[in-house]
Design a protein around this ligand. Sequence first.
Ligand code: NAD
Ligand code: K
Ligand code: MN
Length: 352
Amino acid sequence: RKSLTIGLIPADGIGLEVIPAARKAILAVQSELPAVKFIDLLAGWNTFTRTGTALPFETVQALKECDCALFGSVSSPSRKVAGYSSPIVALRKELDLYANIRPVISVSADSASTPAVDLIVVRENTECLYVKDEKLIRTDTGKEARATRLITERASTRIGKIAFELAKARPRKLLTIIHKSNVLSVTDGLFRESVRAVPTLPGIDGKFDDVTIEEQLVDSAVYRLFREPQIYDVMVAPNLYGDIISDAAAALVGSLGVIPSINAGDNFVMGEPVHGSAPDIAGKGIANPVASIRSAALMLRHLGYTSAADKIDKAVNDTLAPAKVLTADLGGSHSTIQVTDHILGLIQQQYK
Ligand code: NAD
Ligand code: K
Ligand code: MN
């Protein structure tokens, strides 16, 4: 790759404050990257109210010319608004971003009161109950609702591959498959079998022999996640379980403001902080930029720029603890800019 073109979609609320911080972090490591070029793109509620669409055609077209993108956060109204639909959901579909990857790491592993959490949830992003094939029918005894739960070998295998790759790259090399195939033996059975079969696929050639495979029923997985989160390393799950597990895991570390994610497909990756547009603090300059900066690092790591990603992550971790330069959500009093500048300073030090 001769250049790295990155689409920036801050969208709404604090997205407008934290995506610029992520941009600066990428620029701080640009000596390790091909020529970086940013393209500013529109989407979200503000865009909808001005133009009548939350995801302009030009944005989708421009993204197809990009190597990757960073998405901030969108303000979706709770009431139904004619013509509006969430751009992030549409983008995942449009770009076939089938893997949702969320690392959850404790803010201060040194604190005795909070358990040390260092895990990654890998969520299948395209099927399961989220195919939204729902029907309401009337029967003699009242209404009846039915939904299709789609699990395919193809989607389960491709998410399984991503999970094995991530587990292999970590010190513990442990992969836990989350399912409920004691009850849902056909659908969850297929998910479980497909993931388990990844190491035996043609072309894998023993690559994943050093990865330990465990499995856990989804309900007891949530229980154990709260009691002993340190037992988990990489967890892979179908869409709905992955959604619930990743929010539950996020609750263990104190603030949404530190949790990054990527939406990944075979040809594209989009970094995105897990949090929303935070209307309660938007415009005040106090939003935590860490989730977005970590999302930028995760995106670079996914593209293979490991050492650039390591430098960003180290600077972030050293800013949270021991430096304890923190925004208000973590009990500190620093601004978005102050935390960002501290992180940028620690990145620069690593090049000296
Ligand atoms: P939220 O994540 O925006 O906020 C929840 C709470 O966490 C708020 O108190 C907020 O101030 C705080 N918070 C979140 N991120 C923070 C940060 N970086 N720094 C400091 N504090 C932070 O969730 P919500 O309030 O349920 O939703 C607000 C809007 O965001 C809604 O319109 C919702 O639809 C949207 N949303 C979008 C996404 C997305 O873009 N993918 C995800 C979730 C919610
Ligand atoms: K978001
Ligand atoms: Mn969710």
